[in-house]
Design a protein around this ligand. Sequence first.
Ligand code: FES
Ligand SMILES: [Fe+2]
Length: 368
Amino acid sequence: MKPSKSTFPLNAWYAAAYDVEVGRSLMARTLCKQKLVLFRKLDGSVAALEDACWHRLMPLSLGHLQGDEVTCGYHGLVYNAQGRCTHMPSQDTLNPSACVRSFPVLEKHRFVWVWPGDPAKADPALVPDMHWNDDAAWAGDGKMIRVKCDYRLVVDNLMDLTHETFVHGSSIGQQAVAEAPFVATHGERTATVTRWMENIDAPPFWAGQIEHSLGYKGKVDRWQIIKFEAPCTVNIDVGVAEPGTGAIPPGGNQGDSRLSQRGRGVNGYVLNTISPETDNTCLYFWAFARNYCLSEQRLTHQLREGVANIFREDEHVLEAQQKAMEDHPDHTFYNLNIDAGSMWARRLIDGLVAKEARPSVIPIQAAA
Ligand code: FES
Ligand SMILES: [Fe+2]
């Protein structure tokens, strides 16, 4: 049987957990088809080991954490945080091969990131920028949901926000999103979709936010700048402002968002990073950060729960889509104009996967 092509690169940082999820106990997670056990060490840093004992493959997550060492819950082999076996009951000498794989791990922007590929390539500079999640100029919070779909379907969903009109009509959706022109651009690891909507009625969610923050009611200029960073992070700059106050830069769609003035508006970042668990399940980490009413903890709570409800609508769509794809394995997708952003994202993902599939040393053919 032909091995199926991987849908994700291994040489990348993937969010494995929110920082608050990992404590002084053993937590099982699956990332890129690799079963892991995560725990927080006594110094506060996180360790990630393969979740299978060297002896008889018992999941280590079912064992015990003592100090910085994990004891297997079957026959008591003990492993340190680097995955090396440090104790074997009933014998004085340790088998030198007794170890489990340990994975590069670091914490940044409130997420625990794990590198499932070649440890020598695990460059901390490659962690995607999600600084809005722990920046004092922004307030917010988020959640993780396990979605029963290929992680790339979540990326597709975020790269094309016209679906808001049809999936999220009671909150952020409106006809203008489906109708406004947009521009899709791309770089070596990024793809960006920019959409400006001038002088429109604010959808219910944003009407509530600008009124709460600035006491303003009425038409707005609205923006959505969706930025994908390969392989699986999508940060979306969103918001509304009083019309004509400079939130939409001169030149509209051709303009540069850095030139815009947003003082008479409210700005949020929808932060998303989606880690493949298997080919058809993923861990979807998201947060909503805002730059207004920073000290209002109640608003943080309400926004997190509100966005969670919105994303539940996506979850239903995505799981139904995954199921339909499995029912129609030979169906080819048709691409519309609205799919420009997701097509670039997919191309960048495919490029990373292809790079890993290529042997780094090309074998020299022996002369006949
Ligand atoms: S399976 Fe872990 S000690 Fe035997
Ligand atoms: Fe959505």
